[in-house]
Design a protein around this ligand. Structure first.
Ligand code: ATP
Length: 304
């Protein structure tokens, strides 16, 4: 009988692996414009992680041969730390996320997770370790439960509930007419940007990855929602190695390390206080955003 079940078991595993891969791809949709498949090296081992830190060592990269985007980037995110990437649009922040998820290989240099070059381990084992909270979460036309559990290995109701609670969306769900069975998405209840992001956080919590990639939304949430989401993310990222792409500097001011990027280079690196003291690009961006916060009219004008 076991002989009969083993292939079925295998099929289940293959199905779950593909489904998991699909949700990761969907999560990456914003980070990813044009997927290029990289291959596993023959006989590549799985990534082995205990408490994984992430290092970029002299990484250079371009999507096309004749246009280099990243120029010799180096930074370290020790296990459990939060490292922020900030800088003007087009500086290369999302590209770093795509390289970490290994949608592309660097031209030069290497990216290591827990001391292992990610180009030498299987993509599957790498991607299992990374959770992504994207800018925009795509919801499926299905129930809240389905949307939180999507791509995960048949989590129990308790696990889904716990993830919702940890993502601070449980009270909202409990107030819905059908709770977790409420239909959402285009054809159901439309969720706000902040609520969708919380669903994404709950989804990521079910995956429970040691590394988090946060891609902050460019479209501003109202500041109260933003503050709420930030405090949720802070809690969620506390014990995980977190790479946070940020547009609003106030959201990453307490990161352990802030990389300020411009035209594919890290032009400043340090803590918030160190960077303010330096009075360079970061200080300029910070002062500008402070002024915009003091005068929201101006911010709206600038966003248009
Ligand atoms: P933003 O803050 O606007 O999201 P960013 O700092 O994340 O910007 P990236 O998305 O990393 O910037 O883009 C860096 C550069 O790479 C840009 O000049 C962009 O045009 C280019 N680029 C991004 N994706 C691709 C792609 N798939 N193919 C070719 N070039 C790309």
């Amino acid at each position: 009988l076991m002989q009969l079940f083993r292939p079925l078991d295998m099929l289940g595993w293959v199905y779950r692996t593909i489904r998991q891969g699909m949700i990761d791809m969907a999560d990456m949709f914003r980070l990813l414009d044009k997927p290029v498949e990289v291959d596993d090296k023959p006989g590549a081992p799985a990534l082995i992680t205990r408490r994984p830190g992430v290092t970029f060592e002299n990484v250079s990269f371009g999507y096309d041969k004749d246009r280099q985007i990243l120029h010799g980037l180096s930074f370290e995110a020790p296990a459990g730390s939060t490292v922020a990437l900030v800088g003007p649009s087009g500086a290369g922040k999302s590209t770093i996320g795509r390289l970490l998820f290994r949608f592309y290989d660097p031209w030069e240099g290497r990216i290591c997770v827990d001391g292992q070059d990610i180009a030498l381990v299987t993509q599957h084992s790498l991607r299992q370790q990374i959770g992504i909270v994207p800018q925009d979460t795509v919801l499926f036309n299905d129930t809240v439960r389905y949307n939180i559990a999507y791509g995960r290995d048949d989590p129990s109701d308790d696990q889904v509930r716990q993830a919702a609670e940890d993502a601070s969306i449980l009270p909202f769900i409990q107030e819905l007419p059908k709770g977790f069975d409420t239909e959402v998405g285009e054809r159901g209840l439309k969720l706000s940007g902040g609520e969708k992001q919380r669903v994404a956080i709950a989804r990521t919590l079910l995956k429970d990855p040691p590394i988090l990639l946060l891609d902050e939304a460019t479209s501003a949430l109202d500041s109260r929602t933003e503050q709420d989401i930030m405090s949720t993310l802070k809690r969620v990222s506390a014990d995980r190695t977190t790479i946070a792409i940020a547009h609003r500097l106030s959201t990453i001011a307490d990161a352990d390390l802030i990389n300020v990027m411009e035209s594919g280079r890290i032009v400043e690196q340090g803590s918030h206080v160190e960077l303010l003291r330096r009075d360079g690009l970061y200080a300029e961006m910070w002062n500008r955003q402070q002024n915009e916060d003091a005068d929201p009219e101006e911010e709206r004008d600038a966003a248009e």
